[in-house]
Ligand binder design. Structure first.
Ligand code: ATP
Ligand code: MG
Length: 415
């Protein structure tokens, strides 16, 4: 990526209409573009990060056997009537629309109904079960307030997965396996230490708890009570003596914190499969209901959480695994520096290292500032002085001093 060719720009001024740090930083650094409150476009640098987060989520869902699908945004009304949710007052943030002939449609805010309906077209026998289906795509919710940047979008990216099991025991096993995959996702994203499995309300149709995954943050909307030793938390909404006893936690061991819900997993039992008449025939030839779990991860919300958490007064500080590039290459000076930097750029790329190449005619200070604002893990500088000395300058974004390296040392370091 050559910055001289990149159509977007960084900005020195904090966008006046944004109060959320994640949105301010991501807009200033040229990662996202605001269309309207809660609706953001992803620019080239932002797409890189978003896709890397999706890649991690996808890998972990594949690792437990998840089968990826892409469901539709437009959803027919009739399947939602079968579950009594089309007119449900509790589903109060739904965008709905109409075909030219007046037929009403829902705009995807969640996908239980369409998934279960599709599964019913293919799965009949106990031999076809169990399995997980997942997708990564845009969801649309008419959120009342959308002031938190990527943390609360009206259009946002979610990974949603659904499990279909034959027995309660099989369901429990699948559920825990999904929870383990969730922990792997958050730790690969660098949030493992501050993300807690949190007991929360299970919803209206099950007496069981759901599990939220809450990342500690000052800007979190949820209040949770954390048992640091057990690495478990409880959402304020279910904090009763009776529930604590059920879960096996002691009020005295809990500390109050704020969290951002970055994932949520539910036991759906047979609510959707029963309502949509999706059953299977067991070994004895009898019809049985499939037992479901559902599992959401807020992919774009995670990008916002990471932007907030890994940042300082100079800008973003991406963890290497999801940074838009590994190296920010700064070129300072005349012909010698230009040909040396061009050669290094080509060489790094052919070694599989992603590079943002600052080949613009800008002041060195402006280039350094942009490299820090964008939060690329390593800054490499090529200048006339360094070319004469046969050296390259390397500076890590997060911490550590500037060091000078030879060509071979630099390549060994950057892989
Ligand atoms: P919240 O309580 O934050 O509104 P939710 O419980 O309604 O979220 P779920 O239906 O459980 O959300 O969706 C799964 C995940 O999708 C959530 O855990 C969250 O990470 C993410 N998510 C939900 N709503 C939004 C939104 N408006 N913007 C960005 N991410 C969201
Ligand atoms: Mg939730």
């Amino acid at each position: 990526m050559r910055l001289s060719r990149l159509f977007t720009r960084t900005s020195k001024t904090v966008p006046a209409d944004e109060v959320a740090k994640n949105a301010q930083l991501l807009i200033q650094a040229g990662f996202i573009h605001k269309e309207m409150a809660g609706v953001y476009a992803y620019l080239p640098l932002g797409v890189k990060v978003l896709e890397k987060i999706k890649h991690i989520v996808r890998q972990e869902m594949n690792s437990i056997g998840g089968q990826e699908v892409v469901m539709t945004t437009l959803q027919p009304r009739d399947i939602w009537e079968k579950t009594d949710r089309w007119d449900d007052k509790k589903v109060d943030n739904w965008f709905k629309t109409k075909l030219a002939n007046g037929t009403e449609l829902g705009v995807g805010l969640t996908h239980e109904e369409p998934i279960v309906d599709a599964v019913g077209s293919y799965v009949n026998s106990y031999k076809d079960l169990p399995f997980y289906v997942f997708q990564i795509g845009n969801k649309f919710r008419n959120e009342l307030r959308a002031k938190s940047g990527l943390l609360r979008g009206r259009e946002f990216v979610m990974k949603d997965m659904y499990s279909f099991a034959r027995t309660q025991e099989e369901h429990e096993e699948m559920y825990e396996k999904a929870v383990e995959a969730y922990h792997r996702v958050y730790s690969r994203l660098g949030l493992g230490e501050i993300t807690y499995r949190t007991y929360a309300d299970g919803g209206i149709f099950t007496p069981r708890f759901s599990d939220e995954f809450q990342t500690l943050s000052e800007v979190g909307e949820d209040t949770i009570f954390v048992d640091e030793a057990k690495k478990i938390a409880v959402n304020e909404e279910i904090m009763t003596d009776e529930n604590l006893e059920k879960i096996g936690l002691n009020r005295d061991d809990l500390v109050e914190r704020r969290g951002v819900e970055v994932g949520n997993t539910f036991h759906l039992e047979t609510k959707y499969t029963d309502a949509l008449g999706v059953q299977f025939v067991d070994e004895n030839g009898e019809k049985q209901s499939m037992i479901m779990g559902c599992y959401g991860i807020g992919v774009s919300r995670l990008m916002g959480v990471i932007a907030e958490h890994f940042s300082d007064d100079r800008g973003l500080v991406w963890p290497e695994e999801i940074a838009p590039a590994k190296v920010y290459l700064v070129r300072i000076g005349g012909e010698g520096a230009i040909s040396c930097a061009d050669a290094l750029y080509d060489e790094l790329i052919s070694n599989g290292v992603e590079v943002v190449y600052d080949d613009r005619d800008e002041r060195p200070g402006a280039k350094f500032a942009d490299s820090e604002l964008m939060g690329i893990p390593y800054r490499v500088t090529v200048s006339d002085r360094l070319v004469d000395a046969g050296k390259y300058e390397l500076k890590p974004r997060s911490e550590g001093d500037v060091i000078e390296l030879t060509h071979d040392e630099l390549l060994a370091k950057l892989g």
